[in-house]
Design a binder for this molecule. Sequence first.
Ligand code: PRX
Length: 655
Amino acid sequence: MTEPTENPAIEVYGLEDRSFPPSEEFRASALVRGSELHDEAARDHEGFWARQAADLLSWRRQWDTVLEWDLPYARWFVGGQLNASENCLDRHVEAGRGDKVAFHWEGEPGDTRTITYRELHAEVCRFANVLRDLGVAKGDRVAIYMPMIPELPVAMLACARVGAAHSVVFGGFSAESLRGRIVDAQAKVLITADGGWRRGKAVPLKASADAALEDTPSIEHVVVVRRTGDEVAMAAGRDHWYHDVMAGASTECAAEVMEAEDLLYLLYTSGTTASPKGIMHTTGGYLTQAAFTHKYVFDLHADTDVYWCAADIGWVTGHSYIVYGPLVNGATSVMYEGSPDHPGRDRWWDIVERYKVTILYTAPTAIRTFMKWGTTEPASHDLSSLRVLGSVGEPINPEAWMWYRRHIGGDRCPVVDTWWQTETGAIMISPLPGATTTKPGSATFPLPGIAAEVVDDRGQPVERGGGYLTLTRPWPSMLRGIYGDPQRYHDTYWSRFEGRYFAGDGARVDDDGYFWLLGRVDDVMNISGHRVSTTEVESALVAHAAVAEAAVVGAKDEVTGQRIVAFVTCKGDQTPGDELGQELRAHVATKIGPTARPRTVIFTDDLPKTRSGKIMRRLLRDVADGRDLGDTTTLADASVVDEIRRRAEAAPQDD
Ligand code: PRX
């Protein structure tokens, strides 16, 4: 259950009194310049969303009911029928926009592909036919484990076309993580690649996939895209090269007619227990809000903008803002495979300059990395094409916000800090760049059609001040549940505060009503904008033969937001030390993935616990942050803390 284990760390940012109204120049051509959308949504919540659904999407059949709300289950556009891939592709081609570029794709080694809507449509149809030939049908699940190559959106849209739900697993996850997700979803087919490029190296994916597939009886076929050219094992009868199966496939493929509430995809995300949750998103409501937010939060002018979301499609940001939102809106996007420092630290700015990117969407951790690298790199490129900058994934500190605005946006571009989650499916709290006066570090206000409130411990609304962020009305792209676990859905999100969705975040409302997001208040860490569960890392650690007990916390980090610190108690016959520390770090990376690798391992003879035996993570966080310790009287053995602090000071820190 997502219950805050301790008081939320409601920190008050230093008095931030800078504010930035939209410039007259920006406002002059902005889609929204005032409160018109907010006013409309306030007058008629359902009518507002119905208008968006009608304006932004093509429906095979009009819905009968806009919203059925039986807390905690929402059904949007009930009776409506549509297909996601048709909305992303066919209607643009049919409307004469087939030659418009959907993706300017760039591989890390420098290879490029320009893919028009017509070409994307043809490739998706061919691959949808391949999936059908492999026995994939409406209602099935398909796992996808791929690098950032065009075949990834193709695979997703092909699934959508045949009515199968995709479950994309980030390429940085381990074989074991992939296996767990495949088994939970009972996926029938896996789509992967030989590997992908990252920092000049080929990252092997097929080898991980093979390890995962040793124990996934539901998988009948594997399709493998050749990307790096490295040799991989191909299991006869099970594994097929993408280029082989595509060779004879037809470019005609009738799209499956889907109900608005049919499952579009599963995306696994970390919760407060060791097993990730399969977040369920359905078709009509999800596409409506993804497209709505993509259009209005970024002030999209689809005919002229070149939009670049620099996230990985393996996370929800990529689902909503590389694939579905931009394609529904007929946008031209940049998609980049690799790392920002290959071959040089100006790779992003080179991309912005060459493609004349107008809208850039990234994460605070990337911005802070660029800050660390200095201003020379961005200053050596012409970034004057940029007009809107977005941020997502973690709280953005005012300094990073200001740096982004000044050194990337030339003091000219509005910065939109967008708060949302895998569960919300689309942006919930954000400025509208032509209408909202921004404050550095604040996500400002709930979007039109979204109702958010900060509440205190007892669930009472806090009009001004800090507390827990909750959502008080259903929204179209909300999760429809956790795959196979309705009880967990209820317990995690709907039980903490009656009648409210509890996001797991702390937030503060300032005197002007602005929302300031303060980070997680549960046992979920945010490492470079990636959600990692403390419990999941702890379980991985205790699965190691040398470990008796482990407690994991997120400590503050200037670049990655948080870093993982593990406190480990060894079994009696083990020798704690650097060597074992390295082994444990590697062990977690193998079990979960490199993002979950602890930065620091601190060995301790005991862990601080309450009298009821609960590990006191707050205390460990204080130790990890090097802060003074608060009240320790609830400790079973207060001397443990001194010991831990002594060891924390001595422990090696690793990158
Ligand atoms: O803690 C919040 C943080 O990221 C969490 C959601 O993570 P995930 O589901 O992986 O989705 C990330 C991309 C949407 C939230 O609970 N978060 C996300 N955006 C912001 C944020 N925290 C502060 N400010 C944001 N703009």
